[in-house]
Write a protein that binds this ligand. Sequence first.
Ligand code: C5P
Length: 682
Amino acid sequence: MPEGHKGHLPRPARCVKSIITNPTTARLDMSEKSPLPLTSHMAKGLQGSARVPGDKSVSHRALMLGALAVGETTVEGLLEGEDVLATANAMRAMGATVERRENGVWHLWGRGVGGLSEPETVLDMGNAGTGMRLVMGLVASHPFTAFFTGDASLCKRPMRRVAEPLERMGARIVARSGVRPPLAVVGTDAPLPIVFELPVASAQVKSAILLAGLNTPGTTTVIEPEPTRDHSERMLKHFGARVDVGPGPKGGRIVTLHGFPELTGRQLVVPADPSSAAFPTIAALIVPDSEVTLPEVGTNPLRFGLYETLKEMGADILLRNPRELSGEPVADLVIRSSRLKGVVVPPERAPSMIDEYPILAVAAAFAEGTTRMQGLRELKVKESDRLAAMAEGLAKAGVAVEVEGDDLIVHGKGRPKGGVLIETNLDHRIAMSFLVLGLGSEQPMRIDDSRAIATSFTGFVELMQGLGARIEASSPLIIAIDGPAAAGKGTLARRIAAHLNLAYLDTGLIYRAVGMKAQREGLEPVKAAQMLTPDDLKAPDLRSEEGGQAASKVASIPAVRAELLEFQRRFAAHPPPPAVGAVLDGRDIGTVVCPNAKIKLFITASDEARAGRRHKELLERGESSIYARVLEEMQARDERDRNRSVAPLVPAPDAVVLDTTLLTADAAFEAALRIIADRTHA
Ligand code: C5P
């Protein structure tokens, strides 16, 4: 298989169907699930008003309590991200009726407290840590077993903290090592009310216990070491449950739920999510000449730490028209571009803004002075190690950052350089944070994949574009290298690909394989192209001069070229991840295969220099070789390549011609890198 394939092959082209369906490579075919890289460019000034999607925490709880309430519940403004949809599916799977009407309003008919039924299938919670932990709580006090799974990232996250109290209530949790999903919750028919002191402040664990407490006799009590998000308490009260909240021993609170409440259907409007609003908020702050309004954003004090911090940094944010929606405080935020300054963010604030540190770190990069974000331990066990991801990404973008224990320290200088690619590891907040950074940085920012953004903020890109941001799909960087035989393009292409982390495709090898297969198996060349397999590309004699001659003969047949074209184009358009671009070398890459390639090189050298190099190479390989013969054969092959009717060997009009006659391999490489750098900036 050509180097750079490494077993990944892009979507099937007819000619290489057999390669694609080869069992060892097929599983790596990302055809329907290709990453969606994006680039964000410096914006001129963001203007306008936009409602960000509904609050994720409130959306999860609205569905769960609607599924337990008697009668009809309607929910407007539900966050329709994959996480919340997974919760909706879980509620359906346990017997509730959950419908989305055309106008976007959700209608639920619940089963009453204790009325859920055993799901027939595995509950797939996708990427949702909240969904998984809260639904585990619901199941714990029902007399049945439910199986849970999630995506690769969720399956890495430990569920011990929630499993422990639920087991004390009488449920049993059977999980993989480290109490990680997939896991089963074996619910109990005789749940015990508990008084549980949270070892670590966690709204998810508190909520799981309270939800389990609904179908538990007596009172279930959770003692927090410090206040955590109270959406569950607010929503439980809103649906008619009795929840007493009092001060706790260490500054936290004591929350007591009275079991077997009668929950009745409600009409809910979900506030806009303050965690999602954080992205356009910071974008408006860092992009000069911006004024953005974000209506109905939740201002629950336990979620509003970011905005408090931004105010301290000097942000111009107005809370207009404060009011209540579904038991939650909201206001319309009006944000204007501001000169920010560095601040210390104390660890006590972490619970009220844990999801916001990545985007706060971006704000800090644009501030003047140092911002020290303290006590971010929780950030390491989120969708990814966000502390490390932010530190690495910011450093790459030219920001001075340090990690000291659990603290993230950002030395802001007003405007970062940017101009780099960030690997998001499927973390939506990391993806959005670096796209926002690119709206204000000197050079555009690229992210490798934006698919994860939908888990919390569907329509993020469109909303930002509506405000005037330039965020667009990044097309893969394609470097086309053409030239006559033995000009040194293969060596060069390989080095460039390795240097720039791009995938590499040696298209000559494909023609050689077709030529040799046709010869060996006595096949029509077109047939040989159609039947090409990965093994054909590994044949030992492909690199011989005989292979070159065989290649150049089949390469002049239009039908053979047509067979191979689609595969080469797909390789360029969908380079095997994590590469975000590809280097292809051959004869017609810049002219036919990738006429739109950003960078085109035509590598050439005098006939004598090329023949001399090939002659030396053959001798070094221990093959017998006569210089004059090599020269003659090479010239014959070039002749055929130049004069054929399809895809003749010529430099593309926009190719840069590099003559390597007098250059060493190193000098040619340096020269090529300079051309690439010039072209990339242009
Ligand atoms: O590059 P390499 O010497 O391996 O190519 C072998 C032959 O394959 C060339 O002489 C040419 O006839 C053919 N070829 C082509 N188009 C390409 C790559 C190779 O026609 N893109």
